[in-house]
Write a protein that binds this ligand. Structure first.
Ligand code: MN3
Length: 204
């Protein structure tokens, strides 16, 4: 069974005006599809790895055969990160966090401080990458960022939520104004889904 791009859980225009329809089409149908195609291609001759989940592959990235490790890192990371990304957004999202994630955010200084730190991680990520809230292997919550399509799972940390700061995620609407995109993104955040990921992280 080859890896597949999951369908968007809402319409392509559902996140307007914060994320525009054309960006969603290109981002989901072209960029994510390319990561999946290239991941499948990289694992073509490695049938044992094709059976694993992409999360399992990323947690064991250093055991991936060396000839395809970089391709799997980039494209497996791209597949996992984007599969999460579509789900942690929704139309009419945002607002105050609910459930357990509200407690975590309170511990991190409250919503305004949390958003500021998270956005700062995104703005300061040079080039392409992601801003994250992770649960570290030691059980701590940290705001961080990664380069390219690297995923916190590769370091044994669990990605609770992440925002894509590659130019393809925002350039059509926001051009070079990454900070503006990061701010607007909070209007489409899906706290219910983030709570599910938090639960998954706690289960270990
Ligand atoms: Mn992307």
């Amino acid at each position: 069974m080859a890896f597949e791009v999951p369908p968007l859980p809402y319409g392509y225009n559902a996140l307007e005006p914060h994320i525009d329809e054309q960006t969603m089409h290109l981002h989901h149908d072209k960029h994510h599809q390319a990561y999946v195609d290239n991941l499948n291609k990289a694992l073509e001759k490695h049938a044992d790895w094709q059976k694993k989940s992409v999360g399992e592959i990323l947690r064991n990235i250093n055991s991936i055969p060396e000839d395809v490790r970089t391709a799997v890192r980039n494209n497996g990371g791209g597949h996992y990160n984007h599969s999460m990304f579509w789900k942690i957004m929704k139309p009419q999202g945002g607002g105050e966090p609910t459930g357990k994630i509200a407690e975590v955010i309170k511990e991190l200084g409250g919503l305004a401080a949390f958003q500021e730190k998270f956005n700062d991680a995104g703005v300061k990520r040079f080039g392409s990458g992601w801003a994250w809230l992770v649960r570290t292997k030691a059980g701590k919550f940290e705001i961080t960022s990664t380069a390219n399509q690297d995923c916190p799972l590769m370091d044994g940390n669990f990605p609770i939520m992440g925002n894509d700061v590659w130019e393809h995620a925002y350039y059509l609407k926001y051009q070079n104004r990454r900070a503006e995109y990061l701010k607007a993104w909070w209007n489409v955040v899906n706290w219910d889904e983030i709570n599910k990921r938090l639960e998954e992280a706690s289960r270990g």
